[in-house]
Design a protein around this ligand. Sequence first.
Ligand code: CA
Length: 218
Amino acid sequence: MAKILIVEDEVAINHLIRKNLELVGHTCVCVFDGDAVFDALDKEVFDLILLDVMLPGMDGFQVMKGLGQKIPVIFLTARGATSDRIKGLNLGADDYLVKPFDMLELQARVTSVLRRTQKQDVMFKLGEVEVDFNSRLVYLNDEIIDFTPQEFSLIEILIKNRNIALSRERLLEGAWGFDYLGDTRTVDVHIHGIRKKLGWEDVIKTVYKLGYRLEVKK
Ligand code: CA
C-alpha cells in the first residue's frame, strides 16, 4: 500500500479523498496549499501526489515544476479545462482527474498509477495466514494450504480490494474470466471453501444482496 500526499484546498474534498484512500489501505497526508507540499516532502517520502491545480499561493503547475524529485502525480482539474489537462500531462503528470469525480474512479486511477510506478505488494499477512502473490501459495501456520487457481484468484481479488464490497459478478469475472458461463452461486461455493480452509469465516464478510468483502481492521 502507498503513502499519498493530497494537495487540495477544499477541506471537505481533501478529507473525503483521504477517507476513501485510507479505506483501501493507503496512508495519506493532507495539505491545503501549494507551499505546504514542500514542507511535507522534506519530512516524509511519498509514493504519489494528488495535486489540485487551483490552489491559493502557488498553483498546482508551479508546484509540479518545483518538485525536485520524480514522484508520480495525478492532477485534479476543473471540469472542461482541457488546456489544464494538456499542460499537466506535458509537465510530466502521470494522470489527471476531472472534478467532480467519483471515488471509485479515484481509487481506480490511483491503483493504476501505482501499478505502473511502484513495486506491488508481493506478500500479504493476516494473523496466521500468509499469501505469496509471486508463487501463488497460501500458508496457514507455515503450512501450504491447497487452493485451485480460481480460489487463489478470488483470494487475490479480495485482498487487493480489501475493505471494499465486491459483487459476485465482479468476483466471477475476476476469477473465471468474462466469458465464463457459470452461475454466481459458484462464487458462494468457493468462498465457503476458502473461509473453511483458512478459518476466515469472520474475515470474508457477506455483503447483503451484493457479494463479499475481505475485512482487515486498521
Ligand atoms: Ca482548488
